[in-house]
Design a protein around this ligand. Structure first.
Ligand SMILES: Nc1nc2c(ncn2[C@@H]2O[C@H](COP(=O)(O)OP(=O)(O)OP(=O)(O)O)[C@@H](O)[C@H]2O)c(=O)[nH]1
Ligand SMILES: [Mg+2]
Length: 244
């Protein structure tokens, strides 16, 4: 069975896509925040069972807001095989911020460029192939309300689930030499920790630790030995001192 999750900014059409793919009828509404709890449904495509989860809309993946925590925990703890990032094509720049955060998490991404009807209506042009090349994942234009592009979207979900997850960042953000050095050092300690092995994306975890993300610190504390924890805290301290 393929485990896939729909994620994206609020009000982009995630639930509309979820309903059409699963045959369920969750609430859809023309305002943000309609979906507040994750909902699961099933479908079969090309003989493959797919479990699909509809997540609450989120702009970011910090641990500060409940909807962000639901989405983020689902991705880092449940680790679905495929993440379907629903992007509002008519609001591309704003929506791609979340996409970059997902790439940083090493997510196995498929992007649905939804509201493709609005893209055309507004006279905008998007080079879908170029976007797909730059982001290193399939990009499928969709019009959820008309059911357009959904067969291609299901094809991409099955294709991406069949590919092996690439280790390491594909087109993640480069934070510059100083910060990258700190990330590498923390990642080095994380690699030594067998209890954390395969549990979280390593680079993502290192970045969150350097950010002082309390939730990540709590979630990993029991897995780290005290000497590993001390090493990490020293790297963070040294980094802070160097930046000041
Ligand atoms: N024009 C157009 N409208 C769409 C499309 N897809 C969805 N919508 C509309 O966008 C609105 C939001 O749809 P939802 O499916 O509720 O969006 P959501 O992403 O689940 O929203 P939250 O749960 O609040 O995060 C609804 O009014 C849909 O009818 C599309 O492809 N084109
Ligand atoms: Mg919704």
């Amino acid at each position: 069975m393929i485990r896939a999750a729909l994620i994206g900014n609020p009000n982009v059409g995630k639930t509309e896509i979820f309903n059409r793919l699963t045959g369920l009828s969750q609430n859809v509404g023309n305002f943000p925040g309609v979906t507040v709890e994750k909902k699961a449904g099933r479908l079969v495509h090309k003989g493959q069972q797919i479990e699909l989860v509809d997540l609450p809309g989120t702009y970011s993946l910090t641990a500060h807001a409940v909807d962000e925590i639901v989405a983020r925990d689902y991705i880092v703890i449940e680790r679905p095989d495929v993440i379907v990032d629903i992007v509002d094509g008519s609001n591309l720049e704003r929506n791609l911020y979340l996409t970059m955060l997902l790439l940083e998490m090493d997510a196995n991404l498929v992007i649905a460029l939804n509201r493709w009807d609005m893209v055309a209506a507004r006279g905008m042009r998007i080079d879908v192939e170029k976007l797909s090349r730059l982001l290193g994942c399939p990009v499928v234009p969709t019009v959820a309300i008309a059911g357009e592009g959904l067969e291609e979207l299901k094809d991409s979900i099955v294709d991406v689930a069949g590919q092996k997850r690439a280790e390491g960042p594909r087109s993640a953000i480069n934070y510059g030499d100083d910060i990258e050095q700190l990330i590498n050092k923390v990642e080095g300690v994380i690699k030594e920790c067998t209890a954390l092995n395969g549990k979280y994306p390593k680079r993502w975890l290192a970045i969150k630790m350097l950010e002082g993300d309390e939730r990540v610190m709590e979630q990993t504390r029991a897995d780290l030995s005290s000497s590993q924890l001390v090493k990490i805290l020293r790297i963070i301290e040294a980094g802070e001192a160097a930046i000041k």
